[in-house]
Design a protein around this ligand. Structure first.
Ligand code: FEO
Length: 171
């Protein structure tokens, strides 16, 4: 396959695995602060990120490309408050959307239509991921000074179901 697109997809696999790591780190932060519903939600999201990485992994293999896994940096571990942790997630999702858009531009410029079409799934997914993180950020910001409000959101987030598919299939 096109070498530039192959490189960009490998870098995106790395970015999605970093997302997996970041959500796990945020989950650990919430567990340490006894907000188990938040922690649960972040762990489920980490599973989704693993799926996002593996969907690209499988696509590269399908197209005869070479998967190159890169070293992961350790994500941030501590934040000043729940809303600051969620804002970090929101900003990260915006960064991921930007990356996806740039790869769509690259694939289009390289006439790699199959990759462009495959990436449309990610474009749509990012709309949802940003919207979800944005809503959660604003809701937590609203109640942050009230433990009662925070616990109500915590209870709600505890109900997030696990992704239906497992293994290497994207969520
Ligand atoms: Fe894989 Fe949250 O974007």
């Amino acid at each position: 396959m096109n070498a530039k697109v192959e490189k960009a997809l490998n870098e995106q696999i790395h970015a999605e695995f970093f997302s997996f790591y970041l959500y796990l780190s945020v989950a650990a932060y919430f567990t340490a602060h006894h907000l188990d519903g938040f922690a649960h939600w972040m762990r489920i999201q980490a599973q989704e990120e693993f799926g996002h990485a593996m969907k690209l992994f499988d696509y590269l293999a399908e197209r005869g490309g070479t998967v190159e896994l890169m070293a992961l940096d350790g994500p941030q571990k501590e934040w000043d408050s729940p809303s600051v942790a969620i804002e970090a997630v929101l900003n990260h999702e915006r960064h991921i959307s930007q990356r996806i858009n740039e790869i769509v531009d690259l694939a289009t410029a390289q006439n790699d239509h199959a990759t462009t079409v495959m990436l449309h799934w990610y474009v749509n997914e990012q709309v949802e991921e940003e919207a979800t993180a944005d809503t959660l950020f604003h809701q937590v910001k609203m109640v942050e000074d009230s433990p009662h409000g925070l616990l109500m959101i915590d209870r709600e987030l505890a109900g997030r179901p696990a992704p239906v598919a497992t293994g290497t299939e994207a969520q």
